[in-house]
Design a binder for this molecule. Structure first.
Ligand SMILES: NC(=O)c1ccc[n+]([C@@H]2O[C@H](COP(=O)([O-])OP(=O)(O)OC[C@H]3O[C@@H](n4cnc5c(N)ncnc54)[C@H](O)[C@@H]3O)[C@@H](O)[C@H]2O)c1
Length: 316
C-alpha cells in the first residue's frame, strides 16, 4: 500500500514510518522539519520504498506529483508546548490550513485519512476518566489555545470532509506518548526528567507535582494508530495508557530506573496546565482489541538507554 505520513520526521511520525516500511508499505513522508529531525529521515532513506518530501503542509500538496496514495496520516504539528507556543499563529495554520490541504488531497485521490488529534481537546477536564463523548473544558485564549483549539478545529474539519465529501476518516485522540526518538530539549516531561537526571542537574516540577498524566510507550502508540487506520471506526477514539501517574511520582520512577539521585526544584504552576488526565480506553479495547503492553518501568528503561547513548555520541 502507498501511505503518506505528514509529520513523518517527528517523534511519533518517524516511528510510524519505520513500522509501515517494516510491514512492506511504500511511505511518502511530508515534513517541513520545523521540529522533526533530518537524522530520523536519513535513517529511513535506507529503504527504497521511502520518499521524503520537504514541504510545509500549509502549502497545498500536488496530487499529480505524489502519485497513488491510499492512506494519509496527518501527524504534522509540533506537540510540545515549548514548540507550539513559539509561533502560535503558525500552529493554528498548520492544524487548520494544513489539515485542510491534506484532506483535499485525500478527497482527490480517494485516500483514507487519519488525524493525530490529542487529549488536549478535553482541555482541563472536569470529568475523569475522559470518554470520547466528553466535550471538554478549553480556554480559548490561553497560551495553549493555539494547539488545543487548532486540534478541535482540525477534528471539526475532518468530520466536515466526511459529511460533505464522503472522505473516509479516522480521528485518534492521542494521550501523552514517550520513548526513544524524543529530542533532549523538547521540553516534554519525560525527556526533561531523563536528560536532567542523567546530567546530574535538578529537575523542575511545576506546581505541586500532583497533576497526573498517563504515559504510553511510542511503539504501542504506533501499533494503535495502524490498528485504528485499519478499522472501520470513523468517530474519535482515545489512544494511550490509562495508568495514571503524578508528575512527582514520575520523577521518582525515573530516578529509580536510572539508579540516580533526584534533585527537585519547585517552580510556579504553568497557566492552564491540566490537573488530571486519564483516558477512558473502553472504546479502543472494544473496537480495536488494543491495549498498551509496555509497562512504564520498561519504557523508561528503553528511553533512558536511548538518551544515555545520544549523550555518549555527543561527548565522543
Ligand atoms: N507525543 C505526544 O505525546 C502527543 C500527544 C498527543 C497528540 N500528539 C500529536 O501527534 C502528532 C505527532 O507528535 P510528535 O510528538 O511526533 O510531535 P513532533 O513535534 O515530534 O513531530 C511533529 C512533526 O510535524 C512536523 N511539522 C510541524 N508543522 C508542520 C507543517 N506545517 N508542515 C509539515 N510538517 C510539519 C515537524 O517538523 C515534526 O517532524 C502531532 O500532531 C501531535 O499533536 C502527540
Amino acid at each position: 500500500m502507498s501511505i503518506l505520513v505528514a509529520g513523518g520526521a517527528g517523534f511519533i511520525g518517524a516511528a510510524l514510518c519505520a513500522k509501515l516500511l517494516e510491514l512492506g508499505h511504500t511511505v511518502i513522508c511530508v515534513d517541513s522539519l520545523q521540529t522533526g529531525s533530518a537524522q530520523a529521515v536519513d535513517r529511513l532513506r535506507t529503504f527504497a520504498r521511502f520518499t521524503f518530501l520537504h514541504q510545509d503542509i500549509v502549502q497545498p500538496l500536488n496530487a499529480g506529483q505524489l502519485g497513488q496514495v491510499e492512506q494519509v496520516y496527518n501527524l504534522a504539528c509540533p506537540a510540545s508546548p515549548l514548540h507550539y507556543q513559539q509561533d502560535p499563529v503558525k500552529t493554528i495554520e498548520t492544524n487548520v490550513i494544513g489539515t485542510r490541504n491534506l484532506l483535499e488531497l485525500a478527497r482527490v485521490v480517494r485516500a483514507r485519512f487519519l488525524l493525530a488529534s490529542t487529549s488536549e481537546v478535553y482541555g482541563s477536564p472536569q470529568r475523569k476518566p475522559q470518554r470520547e463523548d466528553y466535550w471538554g473544558n478549553v480556554n480559548t485564549t490561553g497560551p495553549r489555545a493555539c494547539y488545543d483549539e487548532g486540534k478541535r478545529c482540525a477534528e471539526a474539519l475532518v468530520q466536515a470532509y466526511h459529511t460533505q465529501h464522503q472522505v473516509d476518516i479516522r480521528i485518534a485522540r492521542i494521550f501523552n506518548t514517550y520513548g526513544p526518538g524524543m529530542q533532549r530539549d523538547d521540553g516534554r516531561v519525560v525527556s526533561n526528567f531523563v536528560t536532567r537526571i542523567l546530567d546530574g542537574d535538578p529537575i523542575e516540577i511545576y506546581g505541586d507535582g500532583h497533576q497526573t498524566r498517563c504515559f504510553c510507550y511510542v511503539d504501542d502508540m504506533v501499533d494503535a494508530l495502524i490498528a485504528l487506520m485499519s478499522s472501520d471506526c470513523t468517530t474519535p477514539m482515545n489512544l494511550g495508557s490509562d495508568r495514571e501517574v503524578s508528575v512527582a511520582n514520575l520523577a521518582h520512577l525515573v530516578g529509580q530506573t536510572l539508579e540516580k539521585p533526584i534533585i527537585v526544584r519547585h517552580m510556579p504552576a504553568l497557566v492552564d496546565d491540566p490537573q488530571e488526565r486519564r483516558p477512558d480506553l473502553e472504546k479502543c479495547f472494544r473496537v480495536l482489541g488494543w491495549r498498551a503492553t509496555t509497562s512504564l518501568e520498561a519504557g523508561l528503561l528503553k528511553t533512558s538507554a536511548f538518551f544515555a547513548q545520544t549523550q555518549e555520541n555527543i561527548h565522543a
